[in-house]
Design a protein around this ligand. Sequence first.
Ligand code: TYD
Ligand code: MG
Length: 460
Amino acid sequence: MAKEKTLYTCTECAATSPRWLGKCPGCGAWNTLIETVPEAAGAGKNRLSTPQYAGLAQAQAVAPLSSIEATEVVRTPTGLEELDRVLGGGMVEGGVVLIGGDPGIGKSTLLLQALDALQRAHLPTLYVTGEESGAQVALRSRRLGLEGSQVNVLAEIQLEKILATVQATQPAVCVIDSIQTMYSDQLTSAPGSVAQVRECAAHLTRLAKATGIAIVLVGHVTKEGALAGPRVLEHMVDTVLYFEGDTHSAFRLVRAIKNRFGAVNEIGVFAMTEKGLKGVANPSAIFLSQHSEPVPGSCVLVTLEGTRPMLVEIQALVDGGGPSPRRLSVGLERDRLAMLLAVLHRHAGIASSDQDVFVNAVGGVRISEPAADLAVLLAITSSLRARALPKGFIAFGEVGLAGEVRPAPRGQERLKEAAKLGFTVAVVPKANAPKKPIAGLTIHAVERVEEAMQVVRELA
Ligand code: TYD
Ligand code: MG
């Protein structure tokens, strides 16, 4: 069979060219041409030149929304509770999950454990590996203590062979580890290129939808932290999960970025052990470093990730800088840090323009909610003044540009969790102050940044 010719298509304007070009002949954008397989003859012809669609295809029946039966999706729990939590209850028939993360963080480990648990629940599974040999996967499974595992393994990187195998073996759940190693015969570009990743993911997604097989795609993350390959991958799939955490610490977070079958921002917490990943059922206290006495520059924040409150220590170091002081943050947004420093200066009169400011969320967690603002500011001022915050101190609340402290969602739950873990003093937004006192917790409700600074000055 003659090989089908490929076309280069612009991702911006969809103009095509038979050759790769740096500049799109249609819209003039640079570097937007990617290799694609041309549509089957007939399908695309005259599509644009004929305004009359009738006659080209049969009109299809439409139905009002209310008459369509809304069937609940069937979920199959993987047996790993923390993974099920982020998935919204388990794997969904025909659902496609993309899971991304740094190399070595535990993607393959987690998925092998999940497949084994599913297989032991008598669901046929298939693990397609493009990065390791079957022997290497077997070695890992022994290390994980998965004796006598019945998970089927296929070491293959050619998409067409994989599609045929999946169709022939009909697994309930299939893992592709990783999408960047797969390549389709239809394209000449190398595995891992945008065109290949897109093409392979599209075929696999179609297969999942057509057969009801749940497919998990493992994706690599670029240096910038985005999933390698086009963003379009995130649009194609039903669920996007990210592995986070510091590879030097044992804890790993799996976060749902997108989920058509559940809540987003839910997180699962795991600990990497000798025998693979173990779920951490009660993670609220794992992101605290253990100081025997309070130290300057540290403030504990109660953050709410998905449905669970967690306590995370925010550390700041403010130190005399050079002519252009640095602002660096790990686990928190840097732009937000610059904004907070400006608010601190303008509204509380605390200047740091000649200082280096470093901020870190302990344990490799990434905090995206603005409710961290107040804790960040308190950690910074504590470091600046070299005065520790009181023992058992927590804070949360969003800080606005006008210097106001805005409430955080579900403040009661956060305060209760802090009290449960033995924290005794809290500075919180006024609207989050509980009506009934919480046993063991002294609460200072504040409306403005300067008020918060005043409260802390009096406490310390
Ligand atoms: P892996 O799942 O191969 O990462 P990824 O697929 O995301 O690249 O994880 C490998 C790391 O996990 C490796 O550094 C060793 C560690 N590990 C353990 O600590 N315990 C274990 O039981 C296993 C299997 C791996
Ligand atoms: Mg791997």
